[in-house]
Design a protein around this ligand. Structure first.
Ligand code: FES
Length: 237
């Protein structure tokens, strides 16, 4: 049969059908978007007005941590990320938090505890308002860092990884922080004090509200604060 163009062919039904399909698709998409928005809004409302609004901070932190574990727990390096998040939320990795992580990730508590205590980035006890970290890397060590550490031990009456009774200072040691030209140095939260002598210890403590001493002239350098670091910044100089 010769297939020539038939001028009498009526294209209107085809256009009408296409239009109807388009409308249906559009209407479906519109409904889908509407449903998503409804769920989203109702979810927010539930969070703000429902049971979540009655949660205390700790309960919310656990809920956030649970969601984080669901999302990242099974990915490579998941435990490290989860512990970092837990420390960000709770400030330190208490035995309760370690147990919670172990249960949620189906891991032995001993394994979680081993990781939490192996890496210096994790702390397993409440920290003081100011965390003094004396660098014990090689460059600092050979420039009398141990003497500086001992001076802090004497003045604060605490050992490394302990916190003063008033909760003001936690004394720690750390490995090289990458500023060896300032050796020997220490950090107080994110502030770096370099080129130190043991005699500088009282005035550094005074700078942060510790026992009387001379005023510290200046904070040598401010390091960028890591994500989630909720420790207070040093007071203005
Ligand atoms: S060894 Fe202390 S900053 Fe490098």
């Amino acid at each position: 049969m010769d297939q020539t163009f038939d001028p009498t062919f009526n294209i209107t039904p085809i256009l009408a059908g296409a239009g109807a399909i388009g409308l249906a698709v559009g209407f479906g998409a519109q409904n889908l978007i509407k449903d998503v928005i409804t769920v989203r809004v109702s979810g927010i409302a539930e969070w703000e007005n429902g049971e979540h609004s009655t949660m205390n901070v700790e309960e919310r932190n656990y809920l956030v941590l649970e969601k984080f574990i669901e999302r990242y727990g099974k990915k490579p390096g998941g435990l490290m990320r989860v512990l970092q998040k837990a420390q960000e939320l709770f400030g330190y990795l208490s035995p309760e938090v370690q147990t919670y992580v172990a249960e949620k990730m189906c891991l032995p508590v001993g394994h979680v505890h081993g990781v939490a205590t192996f890496y210096s980035q994790f702390v397993t006890a409440p920290q003081g308002k100011y965390v003094i970290s004396v660098c014990m890397g090689t460059a600092c060590y050979v420039k009398n860092a141990p003497d500086i550490l001992n001076r802090f031990r004497e003045v604060l009456q605490v050992e490394p990884d302990e916190t003063t009774e008033d909760g003001l200072f936690t004394l720690r040691t750390t490995r090289c922080v990458g500023a060896c030209s300032m050796a020997p140095l220490l950090t107080v939260n994110q502030a770096v004090h370099g080129h130190l002598e043991p005699e500088d210890v009282p005035r550094i403590l005074s700078r942060y509200g510790g026992k009387a001493g001379e005023e510290v002239d200046e904070v040598d350098q401010e390091l960028p604060r890591p994500a989630g670091d909720q420790r207070p910044a040093p007071p203005p100089g």
